[in-house]
Design a protein around this ligand. Structure first.
Ligand code: NAP
Ligand code: MG
Length: 495
């Protein structure tokens, strides 16, 4: 039984990797600089982490390029690449407690969530792409019989991966899995708030037999190391997950440098629509609460706009508040905790700023609305605002915290109009047992994923994940993800 005591003892005994991982070794940055890494649940410093910048990016990219060209990974038999990825997946499972704990200490999520969702999801992802490594066939084009035209997929080369702090290891694995399965080398910059689990993963990748130089990790800041990767003339592609604002920077970096490919998984303001044909209001209320309070609301697909048919709104609000009671803020190492700390003080203040704005703009506070009492770390209580209108700030901007905006609609058309009234288009859900209505609405909503009668039920790897509009482009997960880490080559042979 993993009790609170168990986790705190284990945390005290953790050994922490805090240097960059380049060419199969842990190294200091060339400048020798470090930055503090704060545990947001305690506001204590976990310890210094090596701070990489442009010079370190130059070295890591060179290493990654050299190994790519020499071919120890890129030209390895795909089945063998697959076996080594499978081994990495096994190592993730063998070390799941350590990885879950690193995740929790670094960015504040409940360790029980990391154990149940993040780490198994990482292993599943790496296994899945390991299995896929030798399952894809190339094409022979149906040309004139006098020719043989082969269309083959080739690895791009050096992939720069830049990821956020909300699911540090999982967002990284969604990119590492397909990038490596296709034979690329990677240089990864974690978010400054959450470098620890990825550094440990790099070490496990070595243990799994991924050759030195293929998997490099550079902790550091976005404005320095991140930008240097984006502007590098010898990086073939950037796979980015993070805010829409920074996603736009990567498009600019590409244009200013070598026209590297860019794929962007950015922000969201996802609508969760409860029609009067909802098959089960209790179930929908429980889903609506989890959709915003899971991971402290720090989820790109958070169901942050709840759209409820006016005729059932009052009844639904009662059920929603009842369902929200099970989402309690607590110590992330306590197995009973369902909501941990927000990632850092600045982010907590940003979330509290949105709450102030909602009050000032006339939304009606129904639950929470404040920093959690009696804790040193950066915790915010689960918060619900009713009476939100589509023009209010909290209906428009991504808050990335446990703050739910409840809006009402008159009919199906009105619901779709409000749902689509956003710069984002990442995910959405419709609750309706009228099959025609559910399909009509799913078609009309501009989002990368539309769930019907559920909210994000599984971590299924078979489906593509990503956004429409300013939620980005390119897809993680599924076989489609392999497309962005490869390019098509035509070889035309005149017979
Ligand atoms: P962020 O501020 O955009 O940062 C993401 C990454 O970009 C971090 O590694 C960051 O480094 C780096 N970065 C920041 N400024 C940069 C710059 N000027 N040039 C190059 N790199 C730079 O996002 P975040 O606050 O970490 O994460 C929250 C956001 O991620 C939300 O908008 C959320 O919706 C989005 N997200 C999207 C998905 C999805 O799949 N669509 C999934 C998860 C999260 P530093 O940490 O050092 O600043
Ligand atoms: Mg941290």
């Amino acid at each position: 039984m993993r009790t609170y005591d168990y986790w705190t003892k284990k945390a005290a005994g953790l050994s922490i990797r805090n240097q960059a991982f380049v060419n199969g070794r842990f190294v200091n940055s060339q400048s020798g600089k470090t930055f503090d890494n704060i545990n947001p649940a305690t506001a204590q410093n976990i310890g210094p982490v090596t701070e990489c910048d442009k010079d370190d990016v130059d070295v890591a990219v060179k290493v990654a390029r050299t190994v790519f060209e020499e071919g120890s990974w890129s030209h390895m038999h795909p089945a063998e690449r697959g076996r080594r990825l499978m081994r990495l997946g096994e190592l993730i499972l063998q070390h799941q407690e350590e990885l879950a704990l690193l995740e929790s200490l670094d960015m504040g999520k409940p360790v029980s969530d990391a154990m149940a969702i993040d780490i198994p999801g990482c292993a599943r992802c790496i296994h899945w792409y390991g299995e896929a490594a030798d399952k894809l066939m190339d094409e022979i084009a149906p040309t004139d019989p006098g020719a043989l035209a082969m269309v083959t997929r080739e690895a791009l080369g050096v992939i720069g991966i830049v990821v956020p702090w909300n699911f540090p290891l999982l967002m990284a694995c969604w990119k590492i899995g397909p990038a490596l399965a296709a034979g690329n080398s990677i240089v990864l910059k974690p978010a400054e708030q959450s470098p620890l689990s990825i550094l440990r993963l790099a070490e496990l990748a070595s243990e799994a037999g991924i050759p030195d130089g293929v998997f490099n990790v550079l902790p550091g800041f976005g404005e320095t190391a991140g930008q240097a990767l984006g502007l590098h003339m010898d990086v073939d592609m950037i796979a980015f997950t993070g805010s829409t604002q920074v996603g736009k920077f990567f498009m600019q970096y590409s244009g200013q440098s070598n026209l590297k490919r860019v794929s962007l998984e950015c922000g969201g303001k996802s609508p969760h629509i409860i029609t009067k044909n909802c098959p089960d209001l209790d179930k929908a209320a429980a889903a609506a609460a989890s959709a915003i309070f899971f991971n402290q609301g720090e989820v790109c697909t958070a169901g942050s706009r709840l759209l409820v048919d006016r005729s059932i709104k009052d009844e639904f609000m009662e059920k929603l508040k009842a369902a929200s009671a099970s989402h309690k803020v607590g110590d992330p190492l306590d197995p009973d905790t369902s909501m941990g700390a927000l990632v850092e003080e600045g982010h907590m203040n940003r979330v509290l700023g949105f709450i102030d704005k909602a009050n000032a703009e006339g939304a009606k506070l129904e639950l929470g609305g404040c920093r959690s009492a009696g804790r040193d770390g950066y915790f915010v209580d689960p918060t619900i605002f009713d009476g939100v209108t589509p023009d209010m700030t909290i209906a428009r901007e991504e808050i990335f915290g446990p703050v739910l905006s409840v809006l009402t609609f008159e009919d199906e058309e009105d619901a779709v109009k409000i749902a689509n009234d956003s710069i984002y288009g990442l995910a959405a859900a419709v609750w309706s047992q009228d099959i025609s209505q559910a399909h009509r609405m799913a078609r009309a909503i501009r989002a990368g994923t539309v769930w019907v009668n559920c909210w994000d039920p599984t971590g299924d790897m078979t489906i593509p994940f990503g956004g429409f509009k300013q939620s980005g482009f390119g897809r993680d997960k599924s076989l489609h993800a392999l497309e962005k880490y490869t390019d098509l080559k035509t070889t035309w042979v005149q017979l």
